[in-house]
Ligand binder design. Structure first.
Ligand code: NAP
Length: 332
């Protein structure tokens, strides 16, 4: 079928395009052309989805039957897609899988997040990530009805990840020696491999699945310590953990999630990783062994230059600045 990826040249979208090609679809990606080309075999359509005419002009009569939307960050982007993909060029759309975030939920973080139907999403006008995702879900869901599925993704990992959270830990641990880690290594963590999510999104569009899905790994699949141990094994490192308490880390100015990626303060971590994924499991979202995700990310990272952080965002570079690390490792 003709499958349009809104996005498709970066990380999750790239895996979506790859999965769709492998399943025999005629695939087009729609991007601004900043992040490079899509996987070979996909047709590259260009334009800025925040502009009202761009998608229609780029499609130029090519009428998608399936859509996987990985790139929506604004209400305008959702409105423009809704207008085109329910108009003449979208009359054949049978399934639309949208990538949202757990941030669409008003109460997350810190959560916990229960089954999808009982969890309120943001309804405010704020031009922020969570409210924008929630509003975009409504804009598209209202016009697509039971052809619309929204996957509220948790933390996505895997090869081609430009955000470099797991990537930073892999690099740092591979260098070996004494490595600062939070002493709360038992914090639970749940992740979804981009390849698992991507393949499932394509199938979800094919099957015309609808409604909200908490799209992440099963609660309790690992812990922060379990993930870091895997990083040490996979990189063959001799790294020695130097566990420091939350009080010491925060007092030194360590920013949770940013300086020590994937680490959250205890009061958020307690419930933040507690997400009900019953529906995702029922609908077949796979969860490959974490070791495979970590090993494949490391293999990709070693063989490729690190991609730039996504354009237009306001992300901080992940990782512990070297001077802060030295300060934390100094004898006290
Ligand atoms: N990473 C996580 O842990 C995580 C967690 C929860 C949810 N999410 C969501 O998951 C999705 C995954 O994103 P991804 O980066 O992996 O997807 P992707 O589709 O691989 O990359 C984003 C794509 O969007 C395109 N793009 C950006 N702005 C655009 C615009 N204004 N008009 C047209 N195209 C545009 C980019 O290409 P150009 O730059 O060339 O335009 C790029 O191809 C996002 O929606 C994110 O909010 C991510």
């Amino acid at each position: 079928m003709r499958l349009l990826v809104l996005g498709g040249t970066h990380f999750l979208g790239r895996h979506v395009a790859t999965a769709a090609l492998a399943r025999g679809h005629d695939v087009a990606t729609f991007t601004r052309g900043i992040s490079g080309p899509p996987p070979e075999g996909a047709r590259a359509l260009h334009g800025d989805r925040d502009g009202p005419q761009a998608l229609s002009a780029a499609l130029d009569g090519w009428a998608p039957e399936l859509v996987v939307d990985t790139s929506c960050q604004t209400r305008a982007a959702a409105r423009n897609a809704a207008a085109v993909l329910t108009g003449v060029q979208g009359s054949g759309v049978r399934g639309y899988a949208f990538v949202s975030s757990l941030n669409a939920y008003r109460n997350w973080p810190p959560g916990p997040v229960g089954p999808e139907d009982g969890e309120p999403t943001w309804t405010t006008d704020d031009d922020e990530y969570g409210p924008n995702k929630a509003a975009s879900e409504r804009i598209l869901g209202d016009v697509l009805g039971d052809r619309f599925l929204t996957a509220r993704a948790g933390l996505i990992i895997g090869p081609h990840d430009p955000i470099h959270r797991l990537g930073w830990w892999l690099d740092r641990i591979a260098r070996g020696g004494r490595v600062v880690v939070p002493d709360s290594l038992e914090q639970p963590i749940a992740v979804v491999d981009a390849r698992d999510l991507a393949g499932w999104l394509v199938e979800a569009a094919e099957r015309g699945l609808s409604g909200g899905v908490n799209a992440t790994g099963p609660t309790g699949m690992t812990t922060l310590g379990g993930l870091l141990d895997l990083c040490r094994e996979v990189t063959g490192s001799d790294a020695e953990w130097v566990p420091l308490s939350q009080e010491v880390l925060l007092a030194a100015g360590v920013e949770p999630w940013v300086h020590l990626p994937l680490w959250l303060p205890d009061e958020i971590a307690r419930t933040g990783w507690d997400v009900d994924t019953t529906r995702a499991r029922e609908l077949g979202l796979p969860s490959r062994p974490l070791r495979e995700s970590v090993a494949d990310t490391w293999a990709w990272q070693q063989a490729n230059e690190r991609p730039p952080l996504p354009a237009g965002g306001h992300r901080s570079e992940p990782g512990l600045p070297p001077e802060l690390e030295q300060q934390l490792l100094a004898p006290r």
